[in-house]
Write a new protein. Structure first.
Length: 366
């Protein structure tokens, strides 16, 4: 072991030395070769297919951007129906997750609550900050995987932040609005309840933004990475009361949104909404066809209902799961293995790419 590594391990926080970082889609299949990356069919990161046509101005690129760019906040305020004072633009929704934990959880004293199977960054961000992680698993129901309200009740007063993902990732289905409200009521005097709506554009009528006006402890997370096809831009939004936004603004970096990001995002939110809506409709159509196709495969045991831009399915056994996954990888088609998540044995997840990409996937598996 080198002396530098020995020193780092001596000085670093002990729990970080052996911590496994979040395994993003790019991190799992990073090759370092741009041509190899370009040749792959990426159906493992829930990205939108296709490329956009964007132009940016080079004016004032030598200046620091505004803390919260006017054009961006005005555009998102109009889009989501909340006041500017209730919106904080962030580097993706991931930064919003970190800000919330840092703002409400004292390191090595407080805990967050998650409902697995769920998005992995809630726990990773908590561990990075030194916050504890309490798990109340989702339970199966006729509406897909839903909140265990009895389990949540047992944790009232023991956690500071509760993360609810709706539509869920990797499950795909919406949490019932009644259950979300019940959870908010349970924790209204003791914890912040965060509703992560990264995929809400695929079922916009089920948003929880209206609950921000009714409850003091509600935060909603949004992103432009999915339906808006701007994952590479890294632009998200934290929606909450003016008081919560003021608090989070004390913790966020001084220049979180670059000028080019604000320019492109503002245009997408003001003039490209029809394009986004068409993309969502196309995705939903392809998703329905793929879901039916998967249901007819002998190696597929279950197809989960999806209100997002991906499909989770369960193979009949571990051997079939590995065969499907590896067959696709051999043909440079990448999907996500979710089988290590709680309750998701033998499960794989397919992002809804273009019609051509999904046709290619079907042909390989046929």
């Amino acid at each position: 072991m080198s002396s530098a590594l020995t020193l780092i391990e001596k000085l670093a926080r002990e729990e970080l030395v052996d911590m496994v970082p979040y395994q993003s889609a790019r991190r799992l299949f990073a090759s370092g070769d741009a041509e190899q990356t370009k040749s792959k069919v990426w159906l493992n990161a829930n990205e939108a297919p296709g490329t956009g046509d964007y132009q940016i101005s080079s004016e004032n690129i030598n200046r620091y951007p505004d803390f919260q760019p006017d054009n961006l906040l005005n555009a998102y305020s109009e889009y989501c129906g909340l006041q500017r004072s209730q919106i904080l633009a962030t580097r993706g929704a991931d930064e919003g997750i970190e800000l919330i934990i840092r703002s409400f959880c004292r390191a090595y004293q407080d805990s967050i609550l998650i409902c697995p199977p769920t998005y992995g960054m809630y726990a990773i961000s908590a561990e990075n900050h030194g916050a504890g992680v309490v798990k109340v698993p989702l339970q199966n129901s006729s509406q897909g995987m839903q909140l265990n309200l009895d389990g949540l009740t047992s944790q009232v007063g023991k956690v500071k932040v509760v993360f609810l993902c709706s539509p869920g990732n990797p499950t795909g289905n919406l949490l019932s609005k009644e259950a979300i409200i019940a959870a908010i009521e349970l924790f209204k005097d003791s914890a912040i309840v965060v509703v992560d709506e990264a995929y809400i554009e695929f079922s916009p009528e089920q948003t929880s933004t209206d609950l921000i006006a009714e409850y003091d402890n509600v935060i909603v997370l949004r992103t432009l990475s999915k339906a808006f096809a701007l994952a590479g831009l890294r632009c998200g939004f934290t929606l909450a009361s003016k008081e919560i936004i003021t608090l989070l603004s004390k913790v966020i970096a001084p220049y979180p949104i670059s000028a080019p990001v604000a320019e492109i995002a503002s245009k997408a939110l003001s003039t490209d909404l029809a394009v986004m809506a068409e993309r969502v409709q196309s995705c939903n159509n392809i998703k329905a066809t793929l879901s039916k196709w998967l249901s007819d495969r002998s190696w597929c045991n279950e197809v989960f209902a999806s209100d997002a831009n991906f499909i989770l399915f369960r193979c009949t056994n571990q051997q079939e799961k590995e065969r499907v996954f590896n067959t696709l990888v051999e043909k440079d088609i990448l999907i996500r293995d979710q089988s290590k998540q709680m309750q998701l044995e033998h499960c794989l997840r397919i992002s809804i790419g273009s019609e051509q990409e999904i046709t290619q996937l079907k042909e390989v598996l046929s």
